[in-house]
Design a protein around this ligand. Structure first.
Ligand code: HEM
Ligand SMILES: *[C@@H]1O[C@H](CO)[C@@H](O)[C@H](O)[C@H]1NC(C)=O
Ligand SMILES: *[C@@H]1O[C@H](CO)[C@@H](O)[C@H](O)[C@H]1NC(C)=O
Ligand SMILES: *[C@@H]1O[C@H](CO)[C@@H](O)[C@H](O)[C@H]1NC(C)=O
Ligand SMILES: *[C@@H]1O[C@H](CO)[C@@H](O)[C@H](O)[C@H]1NC(C)=O
Length: 255
């Protein structure tokens, strides 16, 4: 459980800077006087949720990423903090904005650049795939058709994810420690043992991203620091502040 502490730290930090009710700018101290206990309450809530189901950490992290790229709406933990919610939800917008696992490096770069995120942000934030799972349908092409994958690793996965069918079989994004937030994802990239085509694109002969991957594979501390920084950047994309958006009464739908 200890390795989740870092994850908890940045989840709390990222959401704290997202509080924006009534203010035109995001700030870290919005609840300083109105709710000084906020951060410890959120922290305790997340810890107890992860104790019950370890994948909750991965789910929250992925949700945060997707919610910052498009206006998918506000789940309850966010409403609780008072960040304003979207009035709209646009499925095709979501389909277009969220990067797909079959994208190549240049498309991934463009996708992130469209949100004001750098190549370093792309590599660092992809390190989130150190936790959580992906479905067969999302990694099938990589394990059957790509050449840049360790042969034995591919074979093991093929035994679980057939050429057709079993689309919803889940496998860990980090085959070594799928519930620990660490830099093994980057070591897996060096060994060509990652699940998604889009992941391996980050270490596939492009010197810029290859060097970043090597750096984070050898320096866990550098990864953690860079990840916290890029998450703050991620959480400040297109926030709804001031009188924009609304606070949903039912977090599943606009008022
Ligand atoms: C770089 C482009 C990215 C692509 C193409 C991508 C794609 C995917 C895909 C296909 C899955 C598996 C979904 C499924 O099969 O159900 C996944 C899972 C996940 N992604 Fe990403 N992702 C990207 C970046 C990110 C970023 C920036 C974050 C967070 C900072 C993130 C966090 C996660 C997490 C935590 C999971 C596991 C979710 C779970 O187990 O419930 N991803 N991603
Ligand atoms: C969005 O993607 C989903 C899943 O691939 C698909 O079922 C849906 O038709 C798409 N919707 C739009 C509006 O593009
Ligand atoms: C949804 O987003 C697409 C672009 O992805 C845009 O063409 C369309 O007009 C939007 N629909 C609504 C209802 O806003
Ligand atoms: C793999 O490539 C073949 C030949 O191009 C194609 O027919 C097949 O659909 C691909 N498989 C996957 C899972 O993408
Ligand atoms: C990158 O990976 C793909 C497999 O998806 C491979 O076909 C291609 O040759 C690789 N590119 C480089 C520059 O190694």
């Amino acid at each position: 459980m200890a390795s989740y502490h870092f994850l908890l730290f940045f989840l709390v930090a990222a959401f704290a800077i997202s509080e924006a009710d009534g203010k035109k700018k995001l700030s870290t101290d919005f609840y300083c006087s109105s709710c000084p206990e906020l951060l410890s309450i959120v922290n305790e809530g997340i810890i107890s949720a992860i104790k019950k189901e370890t994948r909750i950490g991965a789910s929250l992290l992925r949700l945060h990423f997707h919610d910052c790229f498009v206006n998918l709406g506000g789940p309850s933990w966010k409403v609780g903090l008072g960040r304003r919610d979207s009035i709209t939800a646009n499925r095709s917008d979501a389909n277009n904005s969220i990067p797909a696992p079959f994208l190549d490096l240049s498309a991934l770069k463009t996708n992130f650049a469209n949100q004001g995120l750098s190549v370093n942000d792309l590599v660092v934030l992809s390190g989130a795939h150190t936790i959580g799972l992906a479905r067969c349908v999302n990694f099938r092409a990589h394990i059957y058709n790509d050449s840049n994958i360790n042969a034995l690793y591919a074979k093991t996965l093929q035994s679980k994810c057939p050429r057709s069918g079993n689309d919803n079989v889940h496998e860990p994004l980090d085959y070594q420690t799928p519930t620990h937030f660490d830099n093994l994802y980057f070591k897996n990239l060096l060994a060509k043992k990652v699940l998604l085509h889009s992941d391996q694109e980050l270490f596939n002969g492009s010197s810029t991203t290859d060097n970043l991957v090597k750096k984070y594979a050898t320096n866990n501390d550098a990864f953690f620091k860079a990840f916290a920084k890029s998450m703050v950047k991620l959480s400040s994309i297109k926030p709804l502040t001031g009188n924009k958006g609304q606070i949903r009464l039912n977090c599943r739908k606009a008022n």
